[in-house]
Structures are given as C-alpha cells and as structure tokens.
Design a protein around this ligand. Structure first.
Ligand SMILES: *Cc1c(COP(=O)(O)O)cnc(C)c1O
Length: 380
C-alpha cells in the first residue's frame, strides 16, 4: 500500500470554490482588513438573495446569531424556550446565557427533527401553567428543514415566535423556499465543517428590518450614537470581520454545487450500502430538499454484525473519520434538571446512528475506501 492511499479522510472539511482569495485580496487592497467594510455588506446582500430573507447581519458565529435572536425577543431569566433535543449544543447554550430555561422536544422518525405533536403537547402544558414559551427553536438537522408549517400552526394561535436554527441547512429548501425563510428569525453558521464555511462565522436573517438593525447594534457593543462611548444596554463583540466575509462571498458562489455534490455522495453511499442487512439511511421528508450536509446511517447491530462505535473505530484504524449522531440535549449532564417532552426517538437515533465522511472534495477513490471499510465490519 502506498502512503498516499492511506491519506486521512475527514468528516466534512472545508472546500474552497476558487474565488475566495480574490474577494480577500479586494479586502486587503481596500485596506478594510478589520473590522467592518464592503465585503460584509456584500456578503449580507448575497445571503439575502440566497435565503429570500430581506435583512441579514453577518456575525462571528451561529451561536452568536441565536444569542442575539433571543436578546431581540427579550428573553429573560426563568423564561422558557422550547428547542430540539437532537441537536448541537450551540443551538441551546444561548438560552442558558440569558438565564432562561430550555425545554427539549424529541424528534420524529420521519424527519429526525422536532416532532410537531410533542411540540403541541409542550405548548399546551406551558400555556396551562401560565408560562407561555418565549420562543421555539427547531434545528434543521443535518441539513433537513423541520416541518415549519406544522410548527407555525401550533405557535401562531399563541403568538409564540419561531426562530429556526438553520446552522446546518444552508442551501436546503422547504416547499421550494430556502431553509429558515418562514421563521421570524433564522440563524446560520459558516463554521469550518459546515456545507460552506468562512473558517468561522454566522448570520442572523429576518424579514423584519428592525430586528436586524438591532442585531447589528448589539453585535457591536451597543454603543449609543454619541461621539464618546456611552452604553445604556449590554452588547457583544459578535460582528463578522471584512476578511472573513470575503471568504463567505466566494463560498456563496458555489453553494448550489456543494448541495449537488453532498446529495451525490449521499446517493452513492445509499446505493452501495442499502443492500447490507442492518443499514438504513436518514430519510428525506416529502416537503423539502435536504442539503445532505452529513450522510447519516442507522445500524441495527444484531442484523449488521457490528455497532456504530465498532464501525467508527474500524474506520479510524483505516484513517477515516466518522462521528456519532449528536447526543440529545435531554441526555446531557449540563441539562439534567431541564424538562423534556418525549426522548426515546432521539435516544434511539443517537444509539444507532453514525455520520459518514462526506466532504464535497472527496474523490471516488476516497468514497470507495469508506464504503469498503464499512462493508468489512458487517457479517458478510
Ligand atoms: C454548528 C451549529 C451551531 C453553531 O454554529 P457555530 O457557528 O459553530 O457557533 C448551532 N446549531 C447547530 C445545529 C449547529 O450544527
């Protein structure tokens, strides 16, 4: 075996489109290295075109975007915010930053996203005890949109705002519209392993201009409009820098190619592995188009002959990265005192799931290496 045939295959590494350096050069040439400048405005405009949301604030992370969304809704200590249990911590930690209480809603098997029936139960419960939730934050898991319309049907009679955690779903659609478009506010991430990346970054989008103006203001230390520095409110240092935004402009040019390639990779794994007894794939809900940010399989240990952790370690031996499905928030020691509705579905997906390497720059040789390594773990 030659050394190069054992190169590490990463889960979902950055993949530059080619024009990022041109935009970065523009940022350097105009001397707008930091902090703000025309690349940030350009990135926000480009993202508005993609998402269909009229107003965008480019920020330092997706977590920052969610934090600002909750601040804008005036979430206070002891308020309740309903969130997906099957998600990444960045979706939920902003609730705790504000001293509020997250309550976790389980997933359904149809989409692996927030189960609308359990959400309805939770809303009824909190209304009945006189504690209307301040917001609901469903995650668009692994690039698949939550069922926004069903969620909105439940929230609208009570006037509860919908914030979508679209950190993983850039480029995905729901009934033909971009992920997050139907929300009051949507948060996106451009962290290093997301479908497009600025190395690190995020964005808050809304059709409400006041919200996004306020997000920009809060993200720049909430300075009063005076010649000296005066502060009436607590702000943050959350704005995206001009150089980082320049990378994002280049990445936005290739988002459709990235979605196409992510979906091809998913389909390839599916064709190759679906015949193996005991392996199944994350479903695609009929209402939308998933960006397939990550290809995720479920393993039935008894039928397949190995559990996800055994497969992960076996892949690791061959220098191939894979990763467990997110550990549900209701199982996290940090949230042991939080309330949750349901939980069995996300527990099962965590136990049986495995995320496969699916970088958009993967070659056919890489893909076959991963497929063969997985097959070798099975009984046959
Ligand atoms: C990545 C991610 C975030 C956080 O985004 P950062 O830019 O890393 O802060 C939030 N929620 C989900 C579901 C994510 O996958």
């Amino acid at each position: 075996m030659s050394a190069s045939s054992n190169n590490r295959i990463y889960l979902s590494p950055p993949h530059m489109g080619g024009t990022e350096q041109d935009f970065v050069k523009q940022a350097f040439d105009s001397n707008f290295i930091a902090p703000l400048g025309p690349q940030v405005n350009g990135f926000e405009e480009d993202f508005s075109k993609l998402s269909g949301l009229a107003h965008c604030a480019a920020l330092s992370s997706g977590t920052a975007a969610l934090h600002l969304a909750l601040r804008i809704l005036d979430v206070q200590p002891n308020d309740v915010v309903l969130a997906s249990s099957l998600t990444f911590i960045g979706s939920v930690s902003p609730v705790k930053f504000l001293g509020a209480e997250p309550c976790f809603i389980d997933a359904d098997y149809k989409s692996w996203n927030m189960d609308p029936d359990l959400l309805a139960e939770a809303v009824d419960y909190y209304i009945s005890i006189g504690k209307k939730p301040k917001a609901v934050i469903p995650t668009d898991l692994y690039g698949q949109c939550a069922d926004y319309d069903r969620i909105l049907e439940i929230l609208e009679p009570h006037g509860i705002p919908l914030i979508v955690d679209a950190a993983e779903s850039v480029g995905a659609t729901y009934k033909g519209e971009h992920a997050g478009k139907r929300a009051l506010m949507a948060a996106y991430s451009f962290n290093g392993n997301k479908i497009i990346t600025t190395s690190g970054g995020g964005l808050l989008a809304s059709d409400n201009e006041e919200y996004i103006d306020r997000a920009r203001w809060l993200s720049q230390q909430a300075k009063e409009p005076l010649p000296y520095y005066e502060h009436n409110e607590l702000g943050y240092n959350y704005r995206m820098s001009n150089v980082v935004a320049a990378i994002g402009r280049g990445q936005l040019e290739v988002i459709q190619d990235r979605v196409t390639r992510k979906r091809e990779i998913f389909d390839y794994y599916k064709n190759e592995l679906e015949g193996c007894a005991g392996i199944s794939f994350m479903p695609e809900a009929e209402y939308g188009k998933c960006n397939r940010w990550l290809t995720v399989i479920l393993i039935d240990e008894d039928t397949f002959g190995a559990d996800p952790e055994q497969i992960r370690l076996r892949l690791e031996d061959e220098n191939i990265e894979s990763r467990p499905v997110w550990k549900p928030m209701h199982m996290q020691p940090l949230f042991k005192d939080c309330k949750s509705f349901g939980g069995k579905v996300s527990e099962d997906l965590f136990k049986r799931g495995l995320c496969l390497p699916c970088g958009t720059a993967m070659t056919q040789v890489d893909l076959d290496r991963a497929v063969e390594a997985i097959k070798k773990c099975g009984k046959l």
